[in-house]
Design a protein around this ligand. Structure first.
Ligand code: 4AD
Ligand code: MG
Length: 462
């Protein structure tokens, strides 16, 4: 049998082909007098390949029953198309029905709502929009690795099961093999996790940062790229319970170097999408967000603004705008504040740095003012926070004091403190939420729609 080519390769052919094979799923069928038109899509690109199935085919009656969703393998001549909208079409010598479909196939040509499509997450990648989203996701994942590998970073696989709560927010999914209806108890009545699988309490990781720090203090420049989990009960369009994070970590690096890398990285991913996902981006620009392309280009052209937390709060207060959550020095910036800063005050991405120590995790480096830590968040229009990072506290005594302030026992973090005992160095890193980046690049406004099978509070279907 002839080796099939993808629809993408067929459509980008440089010459007619006497014999070509293509396989995929039927999007539509239209019958004329002496033949049927089939639009076949295999997900390799946005466009369909038009197949002309002549009435002379031995199984023509079967072809005339093909409906949306059926799978076919077609062999024929790739010829210049007479019709509009495509350069090549395939005149079939053979149309083999691989798997029929039936009238209950839920994806029809008419537009469906995002909510309905989420209920058929196993079929939605067969739609134009979701095909485009997940091709873009794949391209950007590849670009993440290229970005760091080209700059000499080493890819580290941080563990998914961990004993530590990196962010200290208590949003942990417990990992246990204990019987929930009859767990072993200690004399004081508490569950005895010493009898659990790992002989200690364990969780799904919220971040690979602490482990990445260990590797940065050996390999100098490292990054992680993997799934992270948060049992955060916030049902928003920007929070998922399982999401992918990219976390670079650099030894001998300070806050300024960290901000520079974050900006360079975000821009590189946008540039990558602009150049390698042009066709899919055009679709997003047409059907998802009319301003998408101009916004992406605008972001590429300008330096991100940088503003300290103190200045940011001042700008918010002085704006006179009424927010749902009032803003004052010492409070966490809410997403409405973040979006106001980036969308209305600066009208471009902005990096906010030096937050009050009370509202940030234990590992961030204390500034000389003794009030703020070297945190940095990158905020982008339409989303708010897309990157969170910091320079890390490299001074052993200051780190121990910070742990105690955060009600953590330094004894539980012996290995982490060792990094400060043996050849400590200034180091810094950040986490980019991969899905938030995808939302930014595609214009898709709900995180559930850039994840193949989203996990959110109350939902782990599929
Ligand atoms: O700001 P976060 O919590 O920072 C960290 O986890 C650090 N340990 C990173 C580091 O310094 N290595 O999360 C980093 C980013 C956020 O800016 C956001 O883009 C994304 O991860 N993120 C989420 N994305 C989707 N759903 C959620 N529930 C998210 N929580 C954070
Ligand atoms: Mg954050």
């Amino acid at each position: 049998m002839q080796k099939p080519i993808s629809v993408r390769d067929a459509l980008s052919s440089t010459a007619a082909q006497e014999s070509a094979s293509v396989q995929g799923w039927v999007r539509t069928r239209r019958d004329a007098k002496a033949f049927s038109f089939l639009e076949v899509n295999d997900g390799s690109c946005l466009k369909n390949l038009q197949v002309i199935a002549p009435a002379g085919l031995f199984n023509y009656p079967e072809v005339q029953h093909l409906i949306t969703g059926a799978s076919v393998a077609v062999r024929g001549k790739l010829v210049a198309s007479q019709g509009q909208g495509q350069k090549w079409e395939l005149v079939a010598d053979e149309v083999r029905v691989v798997g029929p479909s039936d009238a209950t196939y839920p994806l029809q040509k008419k537009g469906h709502t995002a909510e309905f499509l989420r209920e058929i997450a196993h079929l939605r990648p067969r739609s134009n929009l979701f095909g485009a989203i997940f091709r873009t996701r794949s391209r950007l994942a590849y670009a993440v690795h290229r970005f760091f590998q080209e700059r000499g970073f080493v890819y580290v696989h941080a563990p998914i099961i961990t004993g530590s709560d990196c962010e200290g927010a208590g949003e942990l999914f417990r990992v246990t093999t204990l019987d929930p209806s009859a767990p072993p108890k200690r004399p004081d009545g508490a569950v005895d996790f010493a009898k659990d699988f790992f002989a200690r309490p364990t969780y799904l990781t919220v971040s690979g940062q602490l482990e990445a720090e260990a590797f940065a203090c050996a390999l100098s420049k490292v990054y992680t790229f993997g799934p992270t989990f948060r049992a955060e009960d916030s049902n928003t369009s920007r929070h998922a319970s399982e999401f992918w994070m990219i976390e670079p970590e650099m030894a001998f690096c300070d806050l300024a170097g960290n901000m520079d890398l974050a900006e360079e990285f975000v821009k590189a991913l946008i540039r990558e999408a602009r150049s390698t996902c042009a066709e899919d981006l055009e679709l997003f620009g047409k059907f998802v967000d009319k301003d998408l392309i101009s916004r992406l280009d605008f972001v590429l052209e300008r330096p991100f603004q940088r503003v300290s937390y103190t200045e940011a709060v001042k700008l918010l207060v002085e704006s006179g705008k009424t927010f749902e959550y009032p803003v004052a020095y010492g409070t966490n910036l809410q997403s409405e504040h973040e979006r106001f800063l980036t969308e209305s005050v600066f009208k471009c991405p902005v990096t906010v740095y030096n937050y009050p120590k009370e509202i940030k995790p234990f590992y961030m480096r204390l500034n000389d003012d003794d009030r703020t830590v070297t945190a940095m968040d990158v905020l982008v229009p339409g989303i708010g926070e897309i990157v969170g990072g910091s320079q890390r506290e490299e001074r052993l005594d200051v780190l121990e004091a910070s742990m105690r302030r955060h009600k953590l026992d330094p004894k539980d973090y012996g290995w982490y403190l060792d990094l400060r005992r043996f050849g400590t160095v200034p180091h810094a890193g950040f986490g980019l939420g991969f899905e938030r980046m995808l939302m930014f690049v595609t214009g898709v406004s709900n995180i559930r729609d850039v994840i193949p099978f989203a996990r959110t509070p109350g939902n782990a279907a599929f």
